[in-house]
Design a protein around this ligand. Structure first.
Ligand code: F6R
Length: 239
């Protein structure tokens, strides 16, 4: 495990974008696993900036996102589909058919989960998986207490996750209560993992995840067993 302490959020974003950029340079047709949330916003912004300077080319890259809310149309501005279009896909030369976000609108969700895993496998798995971490230790939407060996599946979101993400919705009632998420098994099969964490509110959970016992109560703790984990964090106490 490599832990890189960034000086600021901007520094974290540059460092994470550098690692992604290196992956794309080394393997132009790589498969990237992507995350949503607040933390990767600066990373995506940096990648777009470098794309505009002709420093990075996504034309052969394939992407798979970690998760999506169940029941939100891809056109819904709160959907992770919309987030990805707004914050990355619409601004770089990723091919339209090379970007994948789980579909939370299909009738047969169990089948959609199976097809998502099969599609990732058919691309040879994920070369580099970008992850954020929830305050309760979740990665993707794998909430505490879930089995580590799950594949893509449907989850009921925890109250703390609903509260953390409520800022994007009008009220908690408006929020979808379920999500489709890549499972920990697939995440752990990624060849490289890049975990990013920003802010003091993530310090305790990051410590537990990286140095505490490996436990389903802290889903991110399983990452200690990954052979190629890089953590870029900015979680210092400013005092
Ligand atoms: C998002 C995702 C989540 C977030 C986590 C942290 O696709 O899978 O696990 O990475 O909730 O979110 P932020 O970055 O908003 O603190």
């Amino acid at each position: 495990m490599k832990i890189i302490h960034a000086k600021s959020y901007a520094d974290l974003s540059r460092k994470a974008a550098n690692i992604i950029s290196a992956q794309v340079i080394l393997k132009p047709n790589c498969v990237l696993g992507l995350a949503t949330g607040s933390t990767p916003l600066g990373t995506y912004k940096q990648l777009i900036e470098w794309y505009n300077k002709d420093d990075i080319d996504f034309s052969q890259v394939t992407t798979f996102n970690l998760d999506e809310y169940v029941g939100l149309d891809p056109a819904d501005p709160q959907s992770y589909h919309a987030y990805m279009r707004e914050n990355l896909f619409d601004h770089v030369n990723l091919r339209k058919n090379a970007v994948h976000v789980p579909d939370g609108m299909v009738e047969d969700l169990a089948d959609a989960c199976k097809r998502y895993d099969a599609l990732i496998q058919s691309h040879g798995g994920i070369d580099l998986q970008l992850l954020g971490i929830g305050k309760n230790g979740h990665i993707a939407f794998n909430e505490p207490g879930e089995a580590f060996e799950k594949d893509t599946h449907i989850v009921t979101l925890e109250t703390s996750t609903l509260q953390a993400n409520r800022r994007f919705f009008g009220t908690e009632e408006d929020m979808p209560k379920h999500a489709i998420t890549m499972g920990i098994r697939m995440i752990m099969q990624a060849k490289k993992i890049l975990l990013i964490a920003d802010g003091e509110s993530k310090r305790d959970i990051l410590n537990k995840a990286l140095y505490g016992p490996i436990s389903a109560q802290v889903p991110a703790s399983i990452l200690q067993l990954h052979p190629d984990l890089t953590v870029v964090c900015h979680v210092e106490d400013k005092t």
